[in-house]
Ligand binder design. Sequence first.
Ligand code: ISE
Length: 333
Amino acid sequence: MTVRVGVIGVGVMGAEHARLLTREVAGSEVSAVFDIDADRAAEVAASCDARVLDDPMVLIKDGDVDCVIIASSDATHEHFVLAAVAAGKPVLCEKPLAPETEACGRIMAAEAAAGRQLVGVGFMRRFDPGYLDLRAQARSEDLGALLMLHCVHRNESAVGVPSSVLITGSAVHELDIARWLLADEPESVTVHTPRATSRGGGTQDPMLLVLRTVAGALVDIEVFVNAGYGYEVRCELVAEGGTVLLDTPAETVRRAGNTVGRAVGHDWRGRFGDAYRRELQQWVDALRTGGPSPLASAWDGYVATATAQAAVRSLETGSTQPVVLVDKPGFYR
Ligand code: ISE
């Protein structure tokens, strides 16, 4: 059985998902695409021999679409996820699940009412071999209590993005992966703002987020989206019995011109290309076998959004903000 995927939004991420599903993921094909830019939709559809549908709601209900990937603008996510749930279609929604917690709550209620695990969120670092190794070591007895995570998240260039997007669009990955690595929940968050780079077009960039967890661990996250030199993500776990650093992976280290170095790419598709492929392959495999979804759940998406919203409040107020969560619905326990 080939899993026929409909893709809504074929910008950078949607087009990459379409490419991976067509060329690198076994057992899947792209059946239809939609984008508000008809030319872009036609170009991506032609590259994967898919149909272009000019109405995303028609795409979701289409009889030749088994599941849906939503990679459209953040504000549209709730609408399309709810439509997929109503149609009984499994859906992978790119982060964030929705920009507001209330919308995430409506999605969780709809999924629970449907009584089926349909919604997944595209926190692809959970499939990255490096982060999987880091989590395995975090679970090992010899490291003891987990005390801190030091995170660095640097983009090459994102001039003029709203300051809050550094949190909701970038640091949100660390806010999710910290829970996953530490098996712990967020308690409060503080955003610190150093002098901003002159290369950010007026954005408060970089920022330093400090998350305190319920168990008392601290997670510091440097997010710097106009770092200039390339795209780099690092994460160091500090525990009672030692530390583990997930550094920039490199097949080679170059020594030349009085310099020793490793290459870093221009954006996340290089560093996390394998993670995206593994995320899609494991999702497709689960759909083919009827197994449980391997994706981050709607609850995970809700917690990430709640924490990101608290961080935005801290950015706006200059004070530490609590992360207040609703009781975890029974459907997700
Ligand atoms: C982008 O939207 C992503 O999701 C990438 O994973 C992240 O690293 C980048 O900072 C975001 O802009």
